[in-house]
Design a protein around this ligand. Sequence first.
Ligand code: ADP
Ligand code: ADP
Length: 226
Amino acid sequence: MASVVLKNIYKRYENHVDAVKDFNLLIQDGEMVVFVGPSGCGKSTTLRMIAGLEEISSGELYIGEKRVNQLSPKERDIAMVFQNYALYPHMSVYENMAFSLKLKKVPKDEIDKKVKEAAQVLQIEHLLDRKPKALSGGQRQRVAMGRAIVRKPAVFLMDEPLSNLDAKLRVSMRAEISRLHRQLKTTTIYVTHDQTEAMTLGDRIVVMKDGMIQQVDTPMNLYSSP
Ligand code: ADP
Ligand code: ADP
């Protein structure tokens, strides 16, 4: 687990769009923070800068004690879950979950233990031999989360992970993510445009507008503020 600190973070794209302006936030160890706001307000850009997928124009970014501005995604202790799952289609569920550990040359028996542990947590043990195309949307989402969990990162980054699911599945997966967070207590940053999702998942909610933070508070305080 680790805290995440964003200090005076700015992002200007090459086309001169100022996507993020003076973003300041301290995310505590083990906290789940949700970025919410309309399409185009800069949520995804901020998350991608934390992930190392997008260069920071100016400002300071820390994960734990470490300044990570110049580090590649692999050098940051993070795992990201995307809305399109990004599973490898030619690999089984098992291989999808094992892949990042294999790259890190983790011994096979240890990989096996970690994959099976994560599969148990996510209740996908019976799906390990399947290819992604033989899975439902909800199952794919579980595998995508499983792939993140096996790495035991200090920080989870989730970009609209439920937006491709139908309404009913969204509600049950939301509960699942909540349960996982209580169980693993991994520092999590979760991006959504869905206010209900934000209110049910976040320990704190960051409301963004036009690349800036409009409000940061607990769901309770946001709910009762005018
Ligand atoms: P959100 O995730 O809240 O929908 P984004 O972070 O995707 O918002 O986008 C913020 C702003 O940056 C928008 O105006 C968007 O058009 C712009 N933007 C996003 N990605 C790029 C890019 N690669 N190049 C130029 N502008 C971009
Ligand atoms: P490689 O291609 O490097 O041989 P595999 O992915 O085929 O690696 O599997 C390595 C080990 O992982 C196997 O010996 C087995 O113990 C375990 N394994 C692979 N697939 C499954 C699965 N579906 N369920 C349980 N264990 C599996």
